[in-house]
Design a protein around this ligand. Structure first.
Ligand SMILES: NC(=O)c1ccc[n+]([C@@H]2O[C@H](COP(=O)([O-])OP(=O)(O)OC[C@H]3O[C@@H](n4cnc5c(N)ncnc54)[C@H](O)[C@@H]3O)[C@@H](O)[C@H]2O)c1
Length: 395
């Protein structure tokens, strides 16, 4: 591909918390993106980001849809709004990258995939941490046979999701349970490492009704209950034959234990935190000391031009940038609709199995090609654009 590919003219819809890192990266890091406008249902929120980051156009979502120059929309609204925004933008002829989860039901996600395909548009979905240095290194370890054939695995994450929903109020709606909000990173990572799931068997428990606990916050609020299973314990049978035990517990404390371990015929791979770009992977072989693996890929989450307390968020938006290159190169994007749909299908299968007691089969498929290794993401301390961007172009 020519070095100076034509930039993809992009608008962001949703100017909340996660938009800061997206806006910074779209403006300063990924050279394939031209961030031309931002939008929020709350115009003041969009205007504030426009002032902070120097973006000239603040539009309503309807104006984004109606703007012929905008080719791609990055959707950063809450999960329960995703379907509506993605549908609106696809119908208007825009390619769409969305934060997770694609929608709150599989039926909606399937509809969006069909619509994108009918209109010949790109659809892409987070979690994009799977394109980060940590998970790409784990994938390389598996692809090069370091632990032989994966026979089984364990994935665990716990938090106090209801307490967290006091601060992050969007968690009180559909898609706000721990499995959908955070478990999705573990599902995305497992899918990117092991491929599609065949069947799911699960047990679950709801979130408790929650009365506000933090002092001095929004006095007088009524108690609420996050809809859906906030605890899910499941067995996943992958098409590869691997059996993975999954535990997502949102009814406990904010002392998070993130475990993602894969057991193979020749070794064990402890995969780093999949909710970051720089999770450290550790290899265990018979008769050997446990050994950390150096990253084989760029995008280690630390190459932000403006390091912040959320440094490990540093490369959010990598999936949108990879999709922008795919658009220009006329090839499929890696984290496409099929991946987002399968993530949801697995989550929904866990919910259905937990409530009905049966084993639930998954039917959709996807495949994710690994990125090419060997690029820097923090050359010159990150003061220049990352060399790692070359890994997003299928040269
Ligand atoms: N906060 C995080 O740490 C984090 C991390 C990774 C991914 N995400 C994902 O990013 C998305 C946004 O999360 P957030 O934390 O920024 O949420 P947020 O609540 O801080 O921001 C969401 C924004 O969307 C706007 N919005 C709501 N409905 C809209 C509509 N119909 N049209 C236009 N704008 C609308 C809201 O006004 C708000 O400004 C979610 O999908 C979340 O799962 C969040």
């Amino acid at each position: 591909m020519a070095k100076a590919a034509e930039k993809v003219r992009t608008a962001i819809v949703g100017c909340g918390m996660i938009s800061n890192i997206y806006i910074k990266n779209m403006k300063n890091l990924f050279s394939i993106i031209d961030l031309v406008a931002i939008s929020d249902i709350n115009r003041a929120a969009a205007e504030e980001k426009a002032r902070t980051y120097g973006i000239s156009r603040v539009l309503t979502p309807e104006e984004v849809a109606a703007s012929p120059d905008i080719e791609m929309v990055i959707n950063l609204t809450p999960a329960y709004v995703h379907y509506r925004i993605i549908r609106q933008m696809l119908e208007a002829g825009k390619h769409v990258w969305t934060e997770k989860v694609m929608a709150v039901t599989c039926r909606e996600a399937r509809e969006l995939c069909v619509l994108a395909s009918e209109k010949g548009l790109y659809l892409g979905c987070a979690p994009d941490t799977v394109l980060g240095a940590g998970l790409q290194t784990a994938r390389r370890a598996l692809d090069t046979g370091m632990i032989g054939t994966v026979t089984s695995g364990v994935a665990v994450i716990n938090r106090d999701q209801t307490l967290n929903s006091e601060v992050f109020t969007f968690l009180r709606g559909n898609g706000g349970t721990l499995p959908y909000d955070v478990g999705i990173y573990y599902i995305g990572a497992l899918l990117s490492l092991l491929g599609p799931v065949q069947s799911v068997k699960a047990f679950g428990a709801p979130a408790p009704v929650h009365a506000p606990q933090f002092l001095f916050r929004n006095g007088g609020e009524e108690p609420w209950q996050i809809p859906g299973s906030n605890v899910l314990s499941a067995s996943l049978l992958f098409r590869s034959g691997a059996l993975v035990s999954v535990l997502f517990d949102g009814n406990t404390v904010n002392a998070s234990q993130h475990i993602l371990t894969l057991f193979g015929t020749m070794g064990v791979l402890k995969v780093g935190d999949p909710n970051t770009f720089d999770g450290e992977n550790t290899l265990l072989l018979a008769d050997q000391k446990e050994c950390p693996l150096p990253f084989t890929h760029g995008y280690d989450g630390k190459n932000t031009l403006d390091p912040s307390p959320y440094d490990h968020y540093g490369h959010r938006g990598i999936g949108a940038a990879e999709m922008a290159y795919a658009i220009r190169q006329g090839r499929p994007n890696r984290l496409n609709g099929a991946y987002g749909l399968h993530c949801l299908e697995v989550l929904e299968a866990m919910e259905r199995s937990a409530s009905g007691g049966e084993t639930v089969n998954c039917h959709t498929v996807f495949s994710i090609k690994p990125l090419r290794p060997g690029y820097y993401s923090s050359f010159l301390g990150g003061s220049s654009r990352a060399d790692a961007e070359c890994s997003l172009m299928d040269l």
